[in-house]
Write a protein of this length. Structure first.
Ligand code: GLV
Ligand code: MG
Length: 314
């Protein structure tokens, strides 16, 4: 059920071209929280139709672990979207958790996908609502409509930024997506990150950053990922298994923050339940209900990623 995937971490979202049996076979061995098998931009137009069966075969026959499993279909302004959904969702079986929609422009794009999925699910024996939706924001129009998009369907699980298509859409003077964007004197991504994050969170969605194209420079990836991690994004796309390892680290709380969050929750519980006070000193910090909320979100995030509280002394 998509309830399964909603609760799983998405620190590293690995992209795999659906036209390559070799890359498909390797995907489950990468240490990624999330894998999406791509039918869109990493697949050549003359391979698009054949890639559907390869993707179905990979979903059905490879040993996937617990990760979220997704297929990115082609956008509504191509001839392929409905065929992608009918063939892939119709044949992949229950292991497929989600469909990713690229270049979402308006809420009705998501509503149309929701309706199509409902029919396909009914015809292939999946429970209604089994397949979740990820919506990519990759155009100026999509960004302007992101609030309505995030509220468009109960199937939505994540909102995802697509920086490469977005840079093209707004006419940014760049030829790749790397860390230099963040050093530019004026960086429009700061507005994009905040806007997407608010729209996603207001609707209870995971919020994911897109690819970093200089794939061999893992330190530059780390720098770029730390920016959206500091906003509170849940994760980022990985184009290689090595990128996924870096992202798993960057989007997890440090052990120190994780342990401190438990300590704050313990201290807050004692203060409110035993001492009947709502605000208290925790070391040299004043904490209250809001601090407990922040701590609780770190605990959830760390637990989702499999972290454990360090043993306390004594
Ligand atoms: C991803 O799809 C991107 O365009 O960055
Ligand atoms: Mg794109």
């Amino acid at each position: 059920m998509s309830n399964r995937s909603r609760l799983l971490p998405r620190r590293s979202c690995l992209s795999t071209p659906g036209s390559s049996d070799r890359f498909l076979a390797k995907a489950p061995t990468a240490k990624a929280d999330f894998s999406f098998l791509d039918l869109e931009d990493s697949v050549a137009p003359n391979e698009k139709v054949a890639a559907r069966a390869r993707v179905v075969n990979a979903i059905r026959t490879l040993e996937w672990d617990e990760r979220v499993l997704c297929v990115r279909v082609n956008a509504w302004d191509t001839p392929w979207t409905y065929g992608d959904v009918i063939e892939v969702v119709g044949n992949a079986g229950e292991r497929l958790d989600e469909i990713m929609m690229p270049k979402v422009q308006r809420a009705s794009d998501v509503v149309a996908m929701d309706l199509l999925l409902t029919q396909v699910e009914r015809n292939c024996g999946l429970a209604t609502g089994h397949i979740g939706i990820e919506a990519q924001i990759e155009t100026a129009e999509g960004l302007i409509n992101v609030e309505e998009i995030c509220a468009a369907s109960p199937r939505l699980e994540s909102i995802v930024f697509g920086p490469a298509d977005f840079a093209a859409s707004i006419g940014m003077p760049v030829t790749t997506i790397d860390e230099t964007i963040h050093h530019a004197p004026s960086n429009p991504f700061t507005y994009v990150f905040a806007k997407i994050l608010m729209a996603g969170r207001a609707n209870g969605l995971h919020v994911i950053d897109g690819p970093f194209l200089k794939v061999r420079d893992l330190e530059a990836l780390r720098y770029a990922a730390q920016i959206t991690a500091s906003y509170g994004f849940d994760g980022k796309w990985a184009l290689t298994p090595d990128q996924a390892l870096v992202l798993n680290e960057v989007y997890s709380p440090s052990q120190e923050m994780f342990d401190k969050s438990f300590d704050i929750l313990d201290a807050y519980r004692v203060a409110t339940e035993k001492d009947h006070t709502g605000a208290l000193m925790f070391g040299d910090e004043m904490i209250d209900e809001a601090s407990a909320k922040i701590a609780s979100s770190f605990v959830t995030r760390g637990q989702r990623s499999g972290m454990r509280r360090s043993p306390t002394e004594g």
